[in-house]
Design a protein around this ligand. Structure first.
Ligand SMILES: NC(=O)c1ccc[n+]([C@@H]2O[C@H](COP(=O)([O-])OP(=O)(O)OC[C@H]3O[C@@H](n4cnc5c(N)ncnc54)[C@H](OP(=O)(O)O)[C@@H]3O)[C@@H](O)[C@H]2O)c1
Length: 247
């Protein structure tokens, strides 16, 4: 598979490292902010799939450019999901192909399923207060993380006490939300943390917690590569959870 790396930072380089371990794959383009505007659609078409890990303000433009060039795209960039409906419409108009996910790690996607199951079990247990925490490296631009938003959104579907999430940065855990119907996401930034997420439910008597910790970026890269192989000959707009059982 020939891959264009749209975004050649921490994730782009990790994907390249994982690609080089497999002789069947080849990186044909490495794109960052410096050369993005000089890349033509013809050049982009030398790739079978583009894998996009750039930044929130760049992702939408990159996705659209791939649709226009007719190149399937996998994007892990977060922080743009408020525009997902426009992206789905462009995908349909251009007969494009996209897989997007707030997290491409298989482990995190299993964690998403655990979170949904736990939220169902907790549905009648109003004495438990839910609370989310995410910790990432200090260069991360968006907060809360896309992964934390996915966890919060899935939890809220089954919650009878919370109706929306609020983000609180770097304050002590278990501080009170302004309104009792708000689910707190605590976002913390610490050097060299790849990505930690926890979901906890606390009552006066005890605490239940599920937690995921990424040891490296390799899990995200391997999931994105698997998604690239899957979308290569398909059309349409998918999330990683749509395809996880088939990869
Ligand atoms: N979904 C997941 O599994 C997952 C996992 C990890 C990270 N992420 C997300 O992926 C994104 C990238 O993470 P990262 O850690 O790799 O960030 P990073 O190290 O800051 O790298 C970002 C890269 O994007 C490039 N870039 C900036 N503007 C661009 C543009 N218009 N077109 C193409 N490339 C452009 C940057 O180039 P310059 O250096 O020239 O500015 C840099 O190479 C973030 O949104 C992060 O939250 C998602």
């Amino acid at each position: 598979m020939k891959i264009a790396l749209l975004g050649y930072g921490k994730m782009g380089k990790t994907i390249e490292k994982c690609l080089l371990e497999n002789q069947e794959h080849q990186v044909v383009l490495k794109i960052n902010s410096g050369n993005r505007n000089s890349i033509t659609k013809d050049e982009l078409r030398t790739a079978d799939v583009a894998i996009e890990f750039s930044q929130p303000t760049a992702a939408i433009d990159n996705i659209r450019y791939c649709f226009e060039a007719g190149v399937p795209i996998v994007t892990g960039t977060t922080g743009w999901y408020d525009q997902i409906e426009s992206v789905k419409q462009w995908c349909s108009e251009h007969n494009g192909a996209l897989v997007y996910a707030s997290n491409f790690s298989i482990g995190v996607n299993l964690f998403f399923e655990l979170n949904k199951r736990l939220s169902l079990l907790m549905k009648p247990r109003k004495e438990y207060e839910p609370f989310l925490t995410e910790i990432h490296h200090t260069q991360k631009k968006d907060a809360p993380s896309g992964t934390a938003i996915t966890l919060a959104s899935d939890l809220l579907i089954n919650s009878t006490t919370k109706s929306r999430w609020v983000n609180i940065k770097d304050t002590p855990p278990h501080s009170k939300a302004a309104n009792p119907d708000e689910l707190i996401i605590l976002s913390r930034r610490q050097d060299d943390v790849v990505g930690n997420h926890s979901v906890e439910y606390r009552s006066a008597e005890d605490r239940i917690e599920i937690r995921h910790e990424a040891f490296s970026r390799d899990g995200f890269a391997k999931g994105a590569l698997a998604a690239a192989g899957w979308i290569r000959n398909r059309k349409g707009c998918y999330t990683f959870s749509d395809i996880m059982e088939s990869i």
